[in-house]
Design a protein around this ligand. Structure first.
Ligand code: GDP
Length: 237
């Protein structure tokens, strides 16, 4: 049985919050004031100086990663929603400025990592992706958390489970973001989330934080931003 590297809060499980709380008004303690594309890097050594907290977003291609980043930043053009899956093979940095309820301003990075699990790439491209991503995830010193995106319409997929297990082996903290929660009924979404977390329980003693999101309904935005705000406080530059 593996232990998560962080003491994740089981009460954050989103199938609970999604079904019970999502009708309630929820004010974010943090708001993004500026979000700009910065640079695309072919490897972790070429990334910008690790002088501020960083959050990486990753998932199978077409999971809704670009849409989620755009929703978080309130900018529908920031990350390109994919025309051809797997097109971008770089580590993409976005520079973010935010303010919190206590009027503290913050600077941090969002990182858009290339998607995994698409069929149309060569063995060599896949190896390259694996190496670049593994190096980045294991060695980037300012990486606070990885948000692993999982499509809430599907039953647990091996590629996602395998990937989160790898993160565990590497000691990289992560949360799960269930995407496209508007596409199925609330019951189906809750069922799939439960199934997914039950599958994770086979490998994990504690479950990570998880969020149900919809970019169409703007669901999950505040909770993710607030979690980032909390983690920003833990950053020691
Ligand atoms: P990426 O390849 O992971 O970056 O995925 P995209 O953000 O490009 O999204 C893939 C497709 O799913 C696009 O057609 C999006 O419009 C759609 N999509 C993404 N998120 C949502 C969502 O929350 N709800 C719905 N209904 N569609 C979504």
């Amino acid at each position: 049985m593996k232990l998560l590297p962080f003491a994740f809060d089981v009460l954050h499980l989103s199938f609970v919050s999604f079904t019970i709380h999502h009708h309630l008004p929820y004010l974010a303690a943090m708001e993004i004031t500026s979000a700009k594309y910065l640079i695309s890097s072919p490897g972790y050594l070429k990334c910008p100086p690790p002088d501020r907290p960083e959050y990486a977003f990753i998932g199978r291609s077409n999971v809704g990663k670009s849409s989620l980043i755009n929703m978080l930043c309130n900018n529908h053009k920031l990350a390109k929603t994919s025309a051809s899956p797997g097109k971008t093979q770089m580590i993409n940095h976005f520079s973010i400025e935010s303010t919190s309820a206590d009027r503290n301003t913050g600077q941090w990075y969002i990182v858009d990592l290339p998607g995994y699990g698409f069929a149309k790439v060569s063995q060599q491209q896949r190896k390259q992706w694996q190496q670049m991503t593994e190096d980045y995830l294991r060695r980037r010193p300012n990486l606070m958390n990885v948000f692993v995106l999982v499509d809430s319409r599907h039953r647990p997929q091996k590629a996602d489970i395998d990937f989160t297990n790898l993160l565990g082996e590497w000691g990289v903290p992560f949360s799960i973001v269930f995407t496209k929660a508007d596409k199925a009924t609330q019951q189906e979404v809750s069922k799939n989330i439960k199934l997914y977390l039950n599958e994770m329980k086979k490998y994990w003693e504690f479950l990570p934080a998880s969020y149900a999101t919809s970019t169409v309904k703007k669901l999950g935005r505040n909770k993710i931003l607030d979690a980032i705000g909390e983690m920003n406080k833990l950053f020691e530059g």
